[in-house]
Design a protein around this ligand. Structure first.
Ligand SMILES: N[C@@H](CCC(=O)N[C@@H](CS)C(=O)NCC(=O)O)C(=O)O
Length: 313
C-alpha cells in the first residue's frame, strides 16, 4: 500500500485525520468518453483495469456484464494481494497493454509526475495511451450512456426518466454505506469508528424498510443504484462484519437486504464478477494496519445462490 508524489512511489497507509476519521481523497483522472470529445465513443478503444476484490471496481465489471459490453471493452484484473508496491499484476494475468509489472507504472505512463493514490478501477484509452478516468461512479455512467451504441443489452442502468432518482440514491448511500464500511474499518479513534458504524446501521435499517416494499433501490427496475448497493453488501458478512468491525448486525439478519443481494447475485452475468477468494484475500492479507498477521479466515460460508422470492414485487 502506498501513494505517488510527483511520480515517485511512497510506501504507507492512509493516515486518519486529527479526529481519527478516514478521509477518502477525490479521484484525480476525470476525463469523459463522449460522441465528439477527446475520448470518442468507440468499441475496442477502452480497457478496464480492475480488482475482483474491490467494490468500486466491481461496479464497472457489473455494468459491462449487464449491458453486454464485453466485446467492446477489454479487462485486466490485478492480483488481490496488495503489498508495499500497491496493486501488481499476477503472472497468470499480466498487463496486456503496457507489460507493466505494477499498476503504479500504468499511472506513471499516463502522467509521469502523478501525485495521488493508485486505485482501481481505471478506464484506459488504448488509442492515446492514457488514463481517462479512475472514479467508479463516473465510469459506470459512461459505459452505460456513452457506449450505449455498442451494448448488446438494450436495458440501460441509468435510463433518463430515472436518472435524478438514481443520482439521489447514489449520493444517499455513498457516505453512510459504500464509504461507511471503510470509515468504520479505517477509523483511528473509538469515536470515529462508533459514528461511522452507527450511521452505517441506521442507513441499512432504512433501506431494509424500502426494500420490503419494492424489488430494487429505485423501484421496479435494476439500476446503477442497485449495482452500487450490491457490491458493498456482497462483502458485508465476508469481510466488513469481522475485519472492519461492522458487527451490530450481519447482512443475513436483514431479510430484505439479504434477499436483495441474492436477487442481484443471481441476475445473469453478475455471479461471474464475484470472486470471494479475491475479496477475502485482498482485505485480510493486504490491510496490515487492521490485520497485522495477514491471517485470512476460513469462513463464513454463505449461500448466495439460495432462492430469494423477490419476483413477488
Ligand atoms: N473513488 C474511487 C475509489 C477507488 C478505491 O479506493 N479503490 C481501492 C480498492 S477497493 C484502491 O484501489 N485502493 C488503493 C489505495 O487507496 O491506495 C472509485 O470509486 O473509483
Amino acid at each position: 500500500m502506498g501513494w505517488m508524489q510527483d511520480g515517485a512511489w511512497h510506501v504507507g497507509w492512509y493516515q486518519p485525520d486529527k479526529d481519527g476519521a478516514f478521509q477518502r481523497p477525490p479521484a484525480k483522472f476525470r476525463g469523459r468518453i463522449s460522441a465528439d470529445g477527446e475520448f470518442r465513443a468507440e468499441a475496442g478503444r477502452y480497457h478496464l483495469y480492475v480488482s475482483y476484490a474491490c467494490p468500486w471496481a466491481q461496479r464497472t465489471l457489473i455494468t459491462r456484464a449487464l449491458r453486454g459490453l464485453s466485446d467492446a471493452i477489454s479487462v485486466t484484473a490485478v492480483d488481490p494481494k496488495m503489498g508495499d508496491d500497491g496493486w501488481v499484476f499476477a503472472p497468470d494475468e499480466p498487463d496486456p497493454l503496457l507489460g507493466a509489472p505494477r499498476l503504479q507504472d500504468v499511472y506513471r505512463r499516463a502522467r509521469a509526475d502523478y501525485t495521488g493514490r493508485v486505485t482501481v478501477p481505471v478506464l484506459w484509452d488504448k488509442r492515446t495511451n492514457t488514463l481517462v478516468n479512475n472514479e467508479s461512479r463516473e465510469i459506470m455512467r459512461m459505459l452505460d450512456t456513452e457506449l450505449n451504441a455498442f451494448a448488446r443489452s438494450p436495458r440501460s442502468l441509468a435510463p433518463p426518466h430515472l436518472r435524478a432518482k438514481i443520482d439521489e440514491t447514489l449520493d444517499a448511500i455513498y457516505q453512510p454505506i459504500n464509504n461507511g464500511v471503510y470509515r468504520a474499518g479505517f477509523a483511528g479513534k473509538q469515536e470515529a469508528y462508533e459514528r461511522a458504524c452507527r450511521e452505517l446501521f441506521a442507513a441499512l435499517d432504512r433501506w431494509e424498510q424500502v426494500l420490503g416494499k419494492q424489488r430494487y433501490m429505485c423501484g421496479a427496475a435494476l439500476t446503477e443504484a442497485d449495482v452500487a448497493m450490491f457490491t458493498t453488501l456482497l462483502r458485508f458478512d465476508l469481510v466488513y462484519y469481522g475485519h472492519f468491525k461492522c458487527n451490530l448486525r450481519r447482512l443475513q439478519d436483514y431479510p430484505n437486504l439479504w434477499g436483495f443481494v441474492r436477487d442481484v447475485y443471481q441476475t445473469d452475468g453478475v455471479a461471474d464478477t464475484c470472486r470471494f477468494d479475491h475479496i477475502k484475500t485482498h482485505y485480510y492479507w493486504s490491510q496490515t494496519t487492521v490485520n497485522p498477521h495477514r491471517i485470512v479466515p476460513l469462513g463464513p460460508a454463505i449461500d448466495f445462490g439460495a432462492p430469494h422470492d423477490r419476483q413477488r414485487f
